[in-house]
Each structure stands twice: as C-alpha cells, then as structure tokens.
Design a protein. Structure first.
Ligand SMILES: Cc1cc2nc3c(=O)[nH]c(=O)nc-3n(C[C@H](O)[C@H](O)[C@H](O)COP(=O)(O)OP(=O)(O)OC[C@H]3O[C@@H](n4cnc5c(N)ncnc54)[C@H](O)[C@@H]3O)c2cc1C
Length: 544
C-alpha cells in the first residue's frame, strides 16, 4: 500500500486496500457490535470474548502483526483505519484497543522468538485475550514510580512478583498480562504473566462513569511465580517498552475518536431531521446548522492530522525502518493527536447531546452513553496534561540532543504560515527567557504546546485542501472555520506565554504581534455554517 509521491496522507490518498479494510472494520462495528450494545454494557464478557474471536477471524486484530503469527503486517494508515472503524461503541473500542495494541504489541515488538511463537498466534486470532498492567495506586502519570517488585527465586527458575496494579482494562477475562515491576526494587522491567500464575489475584470490577461494558480490575501479586523466560525485553529497560507502546496507543486513540464522532454526527442529523418544534424540523434552525458545522469542522481537523501522521509514519517505514522506529520518530504528533482528538470528541459529543435536547440525557438514546464514554479519553494513555507537557518537552529534548534544530519557519503570510511563525516566536521567547528553568513553568510549556498543536492542526487542514483539485465548497468553509478558531485560540496561548515570561515594553510589543495574527474570514459566518450543514445533510452524515 503506498501513496503517490509528494502528497500528504489523507482519506483522499487511501488505496483500494485501505478502503476495503476500513469497510470491513466498519461493517463489523455496525453489524456485530452495535446491535448487541446493551448486552455489552451489561458486562456480558462471554459475548465480548466471542466478539474478539470474530474480529480476529476477520484479521482485524492482526493488522500490525507478522504473517507467521497470523497477522496482516499492514502499514500504519491501515492500523489507524481499523482504530477509527472499531470506535462506534466505547466499551468495545477500549476492549479491542487493549487487545490489539497495549496488550499484544509489547510481545510483538520486544518478545523473543519463543515468546512470540507461544503467545502471538492466540492473541492474533482472539483465542487469547491480553491486558497491559502499568498503573498502580501510587503511580499513574508517574508510571516509573511503580512499587511492584520482582526478585529472582532461590532456584533461579522464577521471578517472584509482589505488589499491585489498578484500573487494568480487560483484567476480568484476560489470559495474559504485560506487567511492569522493578527488579530488586530498582530496575523497571516488563514481564509476561499468565492468568493462572500462582500468587496472582484479579480483584473486583470497578464501577465506572462510562465504558461500563469494558472490564477494569485491580491485580494483586503475592509471591507470584513468573517463569524466568517470561521476562520481556531487557531487564531494567521496561520503560522503553512502556513508553513506546503508549505512543502507539496515543496514535490509535487519536484516530479512534473519529469513528465515534462521525457516528454521532450522523445520528444527530437523523434526530434533528425527524423532530419538529415550532412547526419546523430542528435541522432547519440556524443554531442547529451551526452545531452540525462545528462538529464537522472538528472531525475534519482531527481526520486531517490523523491520516497525515499515518502517511508520515508510513513514508518512514518505506525507508526500511521498523514500525517501532517509525512511530518513535513521530511521538510529538502522536501526543498532539491524542490531546486534540480526545478534546474534539468531548465537544462533538457534547454538541450531539445538545441537539437531542432532553432525549440526549435519557439512557434510551446512545448519545447519553457516548457522552459518559468519551470522558476517559482525556485521562488514559497519558492524561492530556502529561501529553501537553510531552509535546514541548520532547521537542526541547531533541534540540538538546542535537537531533533537531529550531530554525525559523520560512516567511509565509498565509494563515497557517502566520500561526507557525507565532508558535515559533513564542517557543523561542520562552526558551531564551527562561532557559533550563522552562521545564518548571508548566503553564508556559503547555501554552507553547497549545500553539504547536494549533499550528499542526491548521497546517494539516490547509495542506489537505491544497492538494485537492477544486476542493468542494464545504471543505473551503471548514478551512475558514479552522483558521478563525485556531487563530483565536493561538492568540490566547501566545498571550499566556508572553504575559508569563516578558515584562514592560518587550511584553507590550509581543502582545501586539500576537493580536495581529487573527485573520477575520471574509465570508459571513451564517453562509459558512450553511455550506457545511448542507453538505452534511446531502451526505446524511459526515461528508467525504
Ligand atoms: C477506565 C480506565 C482504564 C484504564 N486502563 C488501564 C490499563 O489498561 N492499563 C494501565 O496500566 N492503566 C490503565 N488505566 C490507568 C490510567 O492510565 C491512569 O488513570 C492515568 O494514567 C492517570 O493516572 P492516575 O489515575 O494515577 O492520575 P494522576 O497521575 O494522579 O493524575 C491526577 C491529575 O493530576 C495531573 N497530573 C499528574 N502529574 C502531573 C504533572 N507532573 N503535572 C501536571 N499535572 C499532573 C493529571 O494530569 C491528572 O489531571 C486506566 C484508567 C481508567 C480510568
């Protein structure tokens, strides 16, 4: 699968194979998952396991796995397409995500030949279910602060694990766990732990706000005996596994939200088209059309970023890099996608609830569940605060290591060029003013990240539209919408940076430069909404 040279990845550059895979995955969600949503929400784990097996039989679990283990070994764009298509129901999405990504890929990417041969065929077919156990009561965001210990048994045949984990997805029925523990209380290391390991106890299910059909339990290790050959990767290098796998998880989460957003845009359109108030279908009201337009613009921005990033990673894969190396190059983009994707999901589903009025608050309507389900996405796979800190933090780390230079972007007076320039100026001002102490100024770091994220998002939309010959009017209207929103938010972030690090005349001048960014679109906002809403109506959902 490959893209024509010189183009950024986007839905318009998908190959026939990409489209066929996405159609299969979407059909699975619509025909196999949504019809049994209420049974899933009631925690019917027998059904959930059966669905995992069925997804495995269709090849959907093994997209990233090698053919010798039953996988399809496809590119990252394919992985993202499956992530998007499986996300119509939160509980299924999280269950499937743990199985295909964080529970299985540690073995695929870091396992020995024997470990892969033993575990991957079952994980790929869905006969075996996996889970990823990193979080502990005392260490969530600070994952390396884990207290779970591993010591070698006297006879040298086992690792003896003591400690506990919490909030582990799939734990209620998983057969195998990727567990992180510190050897001799010091060297952070990953282990493959079978469910029937003596000394491992799975605790009771948590009662959650959302994704209630997914399993989330604590684990307790009391002298748990793990065979020595189940150490995964290199002793003391567990952080490499933990963080690389989370990077992929973030990427998939960022693309995954698209499925839910598109689904609930279509469902909201159907609702507002059918319901009448004041003798008029809701869909005809200007404020309804504004929401449909806003939802569509948010989806378009995330979609543009997601498949651009997928394309960038695939281009790197094409140079001979492994999937792990290729993803590692794009950790900043993965964090951006995770943050902006999960936040877009929050606002899109919020609009969907509002369009349903009182019905949106009633359990009979799927959007009520979606509202509760959406919230977790800002918390797991690294909270959005941690990912915001990572965006600027990783960038600066690369500069310090000499793998990246901070060159001013080329002079470009386009809206996306101006935003990039402002982001660059804010970053440089923060670096030059605060020096190494910048890492202690979280508000500044996060505000710079917000600017970088807005720049990446807007550039992705603009570049996508530019490569479409005669882009449809709704796409141009979405672009105008994105320019206005990105510039507005970027101005606020720039004011926070300049206000925090500069004083006196320098501060006043910088604030004036930030104010000058805003591009006010020529089009009337009403006309812009109308163009987008009409396209949504014509497509009966997200237009593509
Ligand atoms: C439903 C569910 C499923 C999950 N599945 C899994 C799983 O399968 N495997 C697994 O290992 N874990 C899982 N988790 C755990 C999840 O990854 C953690 O909850 C998450 O990383 C946050 O950790 P925490 O809960 O300890 O919050 P904390 O780290 O205590 O954070 C609390 C708040 O403080 C903020 N904060 C923390 N540190 C900083 C800082 N340095 N600077 C600024 N703000 C900060 C956070 O952003 C957050 O807003 C799951 C959690 C839930 C709820």
């Amino acid at each position: 699968m490959s893209r024509p040279a010189g183009r950024i990845g986007s839905p318009e550059t998908f190959t026939d194979e990409h489209r066929a895979l996405a159609a299969t995955a979407l059909r699975f969600s619509k025909e196999m998952v949504l019809p049994v949503a209420s049974r899933i929400e009631a925690k019917d784990f027998t059904l959930l396991k059966e669905l995992i097996r069925k997804a495995g039989a269709l090849g959907l679990i093994g997209v990233d796995l090698e053919a010798e283990y039953g996988g399809l070994a496809l590119d990252v764009t394919s992985t993202l397409l499956v992530a998007e298509s499986k996300s119509l129901l939160g509980s299924w999405s999280v269950t499937f995500g743990a199985q295909t990504c964080i529970g299985t890929l540690p073995i695929a990417f870091f396992g020995t030949a024997a470990q892969k041969a033993k575990y991957l065929p079952g994980l790929c077919s869905g006969e075996t279910v996996s889970a990823y156990a990193l979080t502990e009561a005392g260490s969530g965001s600070d994952a390396l602060g884990a207290k779970t210990r591993a010591v070698k048994s006297a006879d040298g045949r086992h690792w003896v694990l003591d400690g506990s984990k919490q909030y582990i997805t799939n734990a209620g029925f998983a057969d195998v766990f990727i567990v992180f523990a510190k050897v001799d209380g010091e060297r952070f290391t990953a282990f493959i732990v079978d469910r029937d390991t003596p000394g491992l106890t799975i605790g009771a299910e948590e009662h959650k706000m959302g994704i209630r059909g997914s399993s989330t339990c604590p684990l307790t290790f009391e002298g748990a005996l793990v065979p020595v050959e189940n150490l995964l990767g290199v002793e003391g290098r567990g952080h490499v596994i933990a963080f690389n796998i989370l990077n992929l998880g973030r990427l998939k989460l960022g693309a995954g939200v698209l499925g839910s957003m598109k689904h609930h845009l279509a469902a909201s359109l159907e609702y507002v088209s059918a319901r009448t108030q004041f003798g008029t279908a809701l869909v005809r009201f200007g404020l309804t059309r504004e929401k449909l337009a806003r939802m569509t613009a948010s989806i378009y921005a995330v979609e543009s970023m997601a498949y651009r990033t997928g394309g960038l990673i695939d281009a790197h894969l094409a140079t001979g890099a492994s999937k792990l190396e290729a993803v590692e190059q794009f950790v900043i983009e993965s964090s951006i996608l995770k943050v902006l994707g999960s936040e877009a999901l929050g606002t899109v589903i919020d609009d969907a609830v509002q369009l349903h009025g009182g019905a949106g608050y009633i359990e009979d309507y799927p959007v009520e569940r979606a509202y509760r389900d959406a919230r977790i996405n800002r918390i797991f796979e690294g909270t959005n605060e941690i990912n915001r800190l990572l965006v600027t933090g990783t960038l600066l780390k690369r500069v310090t290591r000499g793998t990246l230079t901070l060159d001013a972007p080329p002079v470009d007076d386009s809206p996306s060029g101006r935003l990039k320039t402002l982001a660059y100026e804010c970053l440089m001002t923060a670096v030059e003013t605060l020096g190494p102490s910048l890492e202690h100024h979280q508000l500044v770091l996060a505000s710079v990240s917000d600017l970088l994220m807005e720049a990446f998002s807007l550039e992705s939309v603009v570049a996508r539209n530019r490569q479409l010959e005669g882009a449809a009017p709704w796409r141009k209207a979405v672009e105008s919408w994105c320019i206005e929103g990105s510039h507005h938010r970027a101005q606020q972030s720039a004011r926070r940076v300049y206000g925090s690090v500069l004083e006196g005349e320098a501060r006043a001048k910088a604030m004036t430069r930030a104010r000058a960014l805003q591009v006010i679109p020529d089009e009337s906002p009403e006309a812009m909404h109308e163009t987008i809403a009409a396209a949504v109506e014509a497509a009966r959902g997200y237009p593509s």
